[in-house]
Design a protein around this ligand. Structure first.
Ligand code: NAD
Length: 326
């Protein structure tokens, strides 16, 4: 019996894989664009399968061939890419997600953990937000995440799959790649830790709710391991922080950090959506909620931007070969 991680060589997938391996689990990383660099240190401890969630046969094959018991479904096209090409995001995030659920049903997978996002909310959600608040996505990415949540609940009710879902804020940490507001918060710290120049493509008043990768991975593992869950979908709390505050904090640890500013129009648009969402959460006095979820035995460990930045820099500087030049 093995555990499948779709998008397994991605940012969250690779950190999750590392932790699952430490616990002795047999895991399969299934990914369309395999990033060997991100999994350099665990290459000998995982099985890697190159494949596309959008291709039915490949999804069926990986699940049946490896006797998969549970799936962490993290494969997705992320926000800015999904805004630039709705069609690509539709194929991966909607058709691909359907393939994962349907193949899992047919082949007897027991549990599916899905990584959703606070981007399922929007101005009409009503703040403070709750798990059952009205979903009002203002991005195509958010639309695809709503689909993932709904199909997950359907497969749970109708077919008995043990569906569990994390509605994450913005996750930052070493190895995050891609475009846009949420990525810039990560690359700024990573580049500075490597003494490289970081490019900021969003305004400094951009505000995001941040969750450090170590907390995100612990959350997914706690959610997966919990004997029983009170909810099927959990909001996961984070730390609201602006780009300006992030730069100031970074400079406490790396005073000569090299930063280049080149605003990108699409990244700025996505940044505005996040800033609005974060402001509404803070205004509703909600920023400290969902940091301690007792029923799955999870507690946010990195509760301040200082703690996050400090650990992030340390991690990159002690794993330089995984990040330099990539
Ligand atoms: N990073 C965040 O801030 C954040 C926040 C909320 C939710 N999430 C969700 O968590 C998951 C992982 O995000 P991440 O930050 O690790 O992103 P990522 O881009 O690093 O990882 C996604 C992985 O999916 C793979 N992939 C893309 N299309 C595929 C396809 N058609 N078939 C197979 N694999 C495919 C990519 O190659 C990549 O390795 C995603 O579902 C994302 O929506 C992320």
């Amino acid at each position: 019996m093995a555990i499948l991680l779709t998008g397994g060589t991605g940012f969250i997938g690779s950190h999750l894989a590392r932790n699952l391996i430490k616990e002795g689990h047999d895991i399969i990383l299934f990914d369309k664009y395999i990033n060997y660099n991100r999994i350099k240190d665990i290459l000998n401890s995982v099985k890697i399968v190159e494949g596309d969630v959008n291709l039915w046969n490949e999804v069926v094959e990986v699940i049946s061939k490896h006797d998969i018991e549970d799936v962490f479904h993290t494969a997705a096209e992320l926000s800015v890419k999904a805004e630039k090409s709705h069609a690509t995001a539709f194929k991966t995030n909607i058709e691909g997600t359907f393939n994962v659920f349907e193949a899992s049903r047919i082949l007897g997978v027991k549990k599916i953990i899905f990584t959703s996002s606070l981007s399922v909310y929007g101005p009409k959600s009503g703040f403070p937000i709750k798990e059952n608040s009205y979903r009002d996505p203002t991005s195509f990415y958010g639309v695809t995440k709503v689909f993932g949540e709904i199909i997950g609940m359907f497969y749970h009710y109708k077919h008995g799959i043990d569906f569990r879902c994390a509605r994450f804020p913005v996750v930052i940490g070493p190895g995050r790649r891609g475009e846009g507001a949420t990525v810039t918060f990560s690359t700024l710290i990573e580049k500075a830790a490597l003494n490289e120049t970081a490019t900021i493509d969003i305004p400094q008043n951009t505000m995001l709710p941040i969750l450090y990768i170590k907390d995100a991975v612990n959350f997914l593992i706690s959610l997966w391991k919990a004997k029983r869950v009170k909810k099927r979908i959990y909001i996961v709390g984070g730390v609201p922080i602006s780009m300006k505050e992030l730069i100031e904090t970074l400079k406490k640890y790396i005073p000569n950090a090299k930063i280049n500013i080149e605003i990108d129009e699409e990244a700025e648009r996505v940044a505005k959506i996040w800033t609005l969402l974060t402001t509404l959460v803070v205004k509703a006095g909600q920023e400290k909620l969902y940091r301690n979820i007792e029923d799955i035995n999870w507690k946010l460990k990195y509760t301040s931007i200082e703690e996050i930045v400090k650990d992030f820099i340390k991690y990159v500087q002690t794993h330089k070969d995984m990040y330099i030049g990539y």
